[in-house]
Write a protein that binds this ligand. Structure first.
Ligand SMILES: [Cu+2]
Length: 134
């Protein structure tokens, strides 16, 4: 191999190494944070499905919630702590964008959530969960 090629090969390997390290860094924490914590909705006073989440230590509990279809959905988020992008909870499919304030419970009502899996995320879409309307 000519010196020029060796240098190029080394540069490519170095770049791949950096890219791999970056991917590993991004994936490792979210894999841990996204571990499934499954919950089910409760039935509210008006027959709505009530999803109660807790936001604490940068995760949502539960992060997979099963909901009965055909009922309005009330989303409640009890906020223990909410730093940075965890101070918002988004459910793009359902048009929900909640501001989370520590010590308070944020709430949204979705009149007719369509069946399917609806992803919810923190403000930067790093921490995720799913509301499954069955
Ligand atoms: Cu985030």
């Amino acid at each position: 191999m000519k010196p020029g090629r060796a240098a190029i090969a080394a540069a490519i390997l170095a770049a791949l190494g950096v890219a791999w390290a970056a991917v590993a860094t991004l994936r490792a924490p979210s894999a841990a944070l996204d571990r499934a914590r499954v919950g089910h909705a409760a039935v509210g006073a008006a027959g709505e499905e009530v999803v109660s989440l807790e936001a604490a230590e940068g995760v949502y509990r539960p992060n997979v919630v099963h909901v009965r279809r055909g009922a309005p959905l009330r989303l409640r988020v009890a906020v223990r702590d909410a730093d940075g992008c965890a101070s918002r909870l988004l459910v793009p499919d359902l048009g929900v964008d909640l501001a989370l304030e520590p010590g308070r419970t944020a709430e949204a009502l979705v009149p007719a959530p369509p069946p399917g899996a609806h992803v919810f995320t923190c403000g930067m879409k790093m921490v995720k969960g799913t509301i499954v309307v069955e």
